[in-house]
Design a protein around this ligand. Sequence first.
Ligand SMILES: *Cc1c(COP(=O)(O)O)cnc(C)c1O
Length: 355
Amino acid sequence: MKKHNFYAGPSILSEYTIKNTADAVINFADMGLSILEISHRSKQFTAVINEASQLVKELLQVPDGYSVLWLGGGASMQFCMVPYNLLKKKAAYLQTGTWATNAIKEARLFGEVDVVASSEDKNFSYIPRDYVIPADADYFHFTSNNTIYGTEMRFDPDSPVPLVADMSSDIFSRPIDVSKYDLIYAGAQKNLAPAGVTLVIVKDSALGQAGRPIPTMLNYQTHVKKESMFNTPPVLPIFSALQTLKYYKELGGVDKLMLADEEKAGRLYDAIDNSRMFEGTAEMESRSIMNVCFVMSPEYKELEGEFVDFAAERGIVGIKGHRSVGGFRASLYNALPLESVEVLIAAMKEFEKKH
Ligand SMILES: *Cc1c(COP(=O)(O)O)cnc(C)c1O
């Protein structure tokens, strides 16, 4: 049976990415060798990483003066690398969920942290508005999409200081004004590639000013200078990322991806809002188009487990909600076809009829 993959991460990748990755594991670039067993300094792999960086710049219209890096350690490593490299005295952070909270914790190791607003009071079900970013902060850090709670900031906030964003779960779902940012990072396993690589886009002129010694591997300048080849980069995930980026370009770039993502999310939210059995958990204005979180209304609560099984019988996998929200979470990343959303909606309607 065809599977409809709603996992939050690692998550669905395009068939193009999976197929080309599988082929490269057998025979990479007609070398008669697997990509798993060749030098990262071979001309064939150097071409891969260069093309991937070039496509990131093209798809997101990255201006001159920025570097694209491919690093290990996950998005979680960026929680400490960012303040290590960019926090001189004080940084501003927006607390919109678990990942933002983790980023704040790390930043406190390096200086003063001003948490300008938090939505913890309502279990992170909304994006705070009406906060003031101090003009003397070194940067303002936010999480553009809160994967666990299904809330999203689908805009580049106005700020008196440069922006830094964790875009792990919504990068390539809309155009970004990169010029407003000192740094953007994204763990690959949500909208780009298998786990193991983190994409970083950094403004070169923002580096080298922290006034503290930084260990070589944690210093962005090391990786800028060596074009992500200071040590062995995550070769296979970078190859897969290139396939996804080619596929995104083929589809028409981020403008087209955004339309498709809005269509998918719009349909699912409509189904939830028009149902007597299901209800969304995120505030309307804060809803994510990447992760749709919903629960069963109180009178049907005990049927949640049954619905997960009911959906599984129809090939729907990965819809169980994160433990901190409960219920369900349908992740609608770029590679998820509209058809899968239709199958989920049909299952919801059928289940509602049954009860
Ligand atoms: C998944 C996720 C992370 C954690 O990523 P790792 O690569 O596992 O460290 C951080 N931030 C956001 C927004 C995420 O969705």
